[in-house]
Ligand binder design. Structure first.
Ligand SMILES: Cc1cc2nc3c(=O)[nH]c(=O)nc-3n(C[C@H](O)[C@H](O)[C@H](O)COP(=O)(O)O)c2cc1C
Length: 392
């Protein structure tokens, strides 16, 4: 996979904060802290979230890579402090020793089914599974959303915009089409579940309430839509250059995501070819275009220029208020799994994280295709390619 744009996240869930280093953004891009904060805030909302999100008010600190509001082309590092850190300074201290500071606090030894706890503890040789869960936690995604916001800002310069919505919570499904998302986006942004259909949303809320009462959790499906992609991002020539594969990798790497589909996705497998492929047309104004967009904007591992439509399934949250059976890793006795403060449902947050991941992958493909060290140079290359595409 190309490294022209790359990033690394660091940080534990209850550590001092989350850090992301993003390299490969060209110089000269205007960027404001509040632009990143807006997406961080969107990630924190949603009906069904737990107490932790009431403690945190994520705000980014820009550590490097910017001067006077513009990128320098150097690595951008962003820090999001954990407000909860003040309550965890001893337990999560990078220095000192357990015996002295926290001997009275029991180790985390009852792994939660569905989490990284058990295998992570075996793999890294930990008896305190907190060492695992602190990093496996989806708190990490705050850093990815911050990096995604920077990429989104870059994409804006090229007329690319990214949206998301929730289409299913448990068995409650919003059947409306992605084509109506733009016209209803204000409603989606203001909905506690990022759901377009008000009636379905009410049913989803009832279902979340029911799950909470039962000490249970829920998952669901979200959809990300990206508009304005030029044709030809990604490539068919090598497996790891394919845009659909790269998007799926990014989305699957989000905690709790268990499936990804593009366009008709799994439904496409149930139909005849004539009902799945997108016929080609030509118009002097538009150039080549498609009479439908069932493929979700990608053919042969490349963007077609039509809207990108990608959906992801999220499994129900692993930490249950009424815990499942587990085994204590020290005593080897059958016990109930540990409880942590947890969300009942976090699909709306996952959809915002999905936007960020898609923004990063599209930005990477744009950087590959159009290169340039400065935004001006990248834009020149882009405009020249788009002229060529139009005149072909
Ligand atoms: C936005 C978001 C919030 C989450 N909140 C919780 C939570 O509160 N408690 C929990 O146990 N898991 C939560 N998860 C899921 C776990 O992070 C995830 O299941 C775990 O890290 C194991 O990874 P895997 O499910 O990808 O295998 C959340 C995931 C996302 C995307």
């Amino acid at each position: 996979m190309s490294t022209i744009l790359r990033y690394l996240t660091c940080g534990e869930s209850h550590g001092q904060g989350l850090l992301v280093i993003l390299e490969g953004i060209p110089s000269g891009l205007k960027l404001e802290r509040d632009y990143i904060n807006r997406d961080l805030m969107r990630r924190q909302t949603g009906y069904g979230r737990g107490e932790r999100m009431q403690i945190e008010r994520d705000r980014v600190r820009i550590i490097s890579g910017l001067r006077w509001g513009k990128t320098l082309g150097s690595p951008i590092s962003l820090f999001i402090p954990n407000l909860d850190w003040k309550n965890w300074q001893k337990l999560m201290s990078p220095e000192g020793s357990r015996k002295k500071d926290t001997a009275d606090i029991p180790l985390f030894t009852r792994p939660r089914p569905g989490h990284a706890d058990l295998v992570g503890g075996i793999k890294y040789n930990f008896l305190d599974l907190r060492n695992v869960l602190e990093r496996a936690s989806a708190r990490e995604t705050a850093a990815r959303v911050a990096a995604g916001a920077v990429c989104r800002r870059l994409l804006e310069e090229f007329g690319i915009s990214i949206f998301s919505r929730v289409i299913q919570i448990g068995g409650e499904k919003d059947e409306s089409s992605w084509k109506d998302v733009l016209d209803n986006y204000e409603r989606i942004e203001n909905s506690p579940l990022r759901c377009m259909d008000e009636i379905v949303e009410k049913k989803m809320i009832e279902l979340i309430n029911k799950a909470k009462q039962r000490g249970d959790t829920l998952g669901g499906i979200f959809e990300v839509i990206a508009l304005g992609l030029p044709p030809g991002l990604g490539s068919y020539v090598q497996w790891d250059l394919k845009l659909d594969a790269r998007l799926a990798f990014g989305i699957m790497s989000i905690q709790a995501i268990i499936g990804v589909e593009i366009g008709m996705g799994f439904k496409g497998a149930l139909h005849f070819g004539s009902e799945v492929q997108d016929e080609i047309a030509y118009d002097k104004e538009r150039g080549f275009y498609r009479l439908s967009n069932r493929c979700g904007g990608i053919e042969g591992g490349m963007s077609t220029g039509e809207p990108l439509v990608i959906r992801a399934a999220m499994k129900p949250i692993s930490t249950l208020a009424k815990p499942l059976r587990s085994v204590d890793i020290l005593s080897k006795k059958q016990v109930k799994a540990a409880k942590e403060r947890a969300d009942v449902c976090a699909v709306p947050a996952a959809s915002v994280i999905g936007e960020a991941v898609v923004a990063i992958e599209i930005a990477r493909a744009m950087r590959e295709k159009f290169g340039g060290d400065s935004l001006e140079e990248m834009r020149r290359n882009y405009l020249s390619y788009m002229k060529y595409v139009r005149e072909r």
